[in-house]
Design a protein around this ligand. Structure first.
Ligand code: ZN
Length: 502
């Protein structure tokens, strides 16, 4: 029987690796600073030399517990570790210390706003482990043959693996989940969560099935280095597997495939390992660490407002547009600046959000700066918006003032004074400017009277140019209409009349 490919269901689960933001590594005191000279942040422990003894970094456990709380996990009462054996040159001990039998958190969830509304995605477990080193493969060149170089600076950096249940049903959902998770981690300040530096990485498992049938064989996708890559790789793999199923050739083995960014395809790497391949056993050199309830209570009290909670509040309390509430709630510093501005500003919250997400974000991006670098305060931004509301300056001038505030840190009132940017709201002055423009452009006046509405915008532009954008736009509109009306009344109505007759 022919079955439409569209009737297949896609099932996606994610495994996210997050480098925790500790100063020292998980088992030794070596620095975790990114970008140092290769092999300068190493010691016998993280190099896996004989006799090196691991000592657990308490801060890493604390960050893992904090993440577990935010992800609504059941937390373990004692923190234990296991050895996972495999051979690779960037893993000098020949095994990785991880948590297999007792993950630090289980059975959590994260609520995500999907296209069809909010839904909880279950988190199967989160567990602590250590990073491996980094391998750089050099192609053959003038100096000789191909070579592989090893950098152990990363070896032993604490890593948190977050495993979701297979509950995401499309590449777009996978991306939304990952974006929400990243926002949570940034909000908690447990990780830099930078995909481009590798401190936030994601593998994805995908399978397809006919509705109601058991889960199909899954493929694990690697080398997903950006949100875009994640979505594109999943979309490619989804289509590939549907095609195979439609041809009656479902996958026989679970396999690992890599995303080839350039070609836009997934490429077979190897068959998926089985758990038994790793010969897990309890790590004998790290004693269990008891986690007292009081410690967890303290961490729970310190939890900040999470992005989803913030988004709800912005919708309910401030009535922000949904997209703006979502954007702002995921940017911690911007959100704090938004709320600080509202303490001084009497206008609408949406106006403040527009300015922060629009003009201010644009300026900061251009200057490669962040909210922390701002030389003016939330109170200054409030004052600027207030001046615009009071029509002391136009919206266009307000943007110029904001640029000056950004550059100099000066107060908006002082900047306006210094540049003579106050809005012209005196009808007599505006009338004079309008009359000058009309007198200087008789052809355009004829066009207008002949029915060309575009000429009106030309006059507005001309007056604004002459006044350097300072004329009150609403008054200008009214006065310009009135003045043009005078021309019509004075007998130039032939154009419009002719237009009707013709
Ligand atoms: Zn070390």
């Amino acid at each position: 029987m022919w079955v439409s490919k569209l009737r297949y269901e896609t099932v996606i689960g994610l495994e996210v690796h997050v480098e925790l933001k500790t100063k020292a590594k998980l088992w030794c005191g070596c620095s975790t600073q990114f970008g140092a000279e290769p092999n300068t942040q190493v010691c016998p422990v993280c190099l896996g030399l004989p006799g090196g003894l691991p000592v657990l970094n308490r801060k890493a456990v604390e960050l893992a517990l904090t993440t577990g709380l935010a992800l609504n996990c059941v937390l373990t009462a004692d923190c234990r570790f296991d050895r996972k054996h495999y051979f690779y040159p960037d893993l000098p001990k020949g095994y990785q210390i991880t948590q297999f039998y007792h993950p630090i958190g289980r059975e959590g969830w994260l609520e995500v706003e999907f296209a069809d509304g909010p839904r909880r995605v279950r988190i199967k477990e989160i567990h602590l482990e250590e990073e491996a080193g980094r391998t750089y493969h050099l192609p053959a060149g003038q100096d000789g043959g191909a070579a592989s170089l090893l950098d152990y600076n990363r070896s032993g950096i604490p890593l948190l693996e977050i495993v979701t249940a297979p509950e995401l049903s499309s590449p777009a959902e996978a991306r939304l989940f990952l974006e929400e998770l990243k926002a949570v981690l940034e909000c908690l300040e447990v990780s830099d969560a930078k995909m481009e530096e590798g401190s936030f990485r994601c593998d994805a498992n995908l399978s397809v099935r006919r509705p109601g049938e058991a889960l199909g064989k899954r493929v694990e996708l690697k080398n997903l280095n950006s949100f875009r890559a994640l979505e594109a790789a999943l979309a490619y793999e989804e289509e590939r597997q549907r095609e195979l199923l439609a041809q009656g050739e479902p996958l026989r083995h679970e396999e690992v495939r890599a995303w080839d960014e350039e070609k836009g395809i997934t490429v077979y790497m190897r068959e998926k390992e089985r758990v038994a391949d790793y010969r897990y056993f309890p790590e004998p050199e790290v004693p269990p660490l008891a986690i007292p309830a009081a410690w967890v209570q303290t961490l729970r009290r310190r939890l900040p407002e999470l992005p989803m909670e913030k988004r709800r509040r912005y919708l309910e309390v401030y009535q922000l547009a949904a997209a703006d509430a979502a954007l702002l709630s995921r940017r911690k510093a911007e959100a704090a600046f938004f709320e600080a501005t509202l303490r001084y500003y009497r206008g609408s919250a949406q106006n403040v959000a527009n300015w922060i997400l629009g003009e201010l974000t644009r300026i900061m991006k251009e200057a490669k700066q962040s909210v922390a670098d701002l030389r003016f305060s939330a109170e200054d931004l409030a004052a600027l918006l207030q001046l615009q509301d009071q029509k002391v300056i136009s919206g266009k001038i307000a943007k110029a003032v904001l640029e000056e505030m950004f550059r100099t840190g000066n107060k908006p009132a002082a900047i306006i004074e210094e540049h003579g940017w106050q809005q012209i709201s005196d009808p007599g002055t505006i009338k004079t400017l309008v009359r000058e423009t009309l007198a200087a452009n008789p052809a355009a006046v004829e066009d207008y009277l002949g029915g060309k509405e575009k000429a009106f915008a030309f006059f507005v532009g001309d007056v604004m140019r002459k006044s350097k954008g300072r004329v009150n736009p609403e008054l200008l509109n009214t006065i310009l209409r009135a003045e043009l009306g005078n021309y019509t009344a004075a007998g130039h109505s032939g154009g419009q009349g002719g237009h009707e007759a013709g």
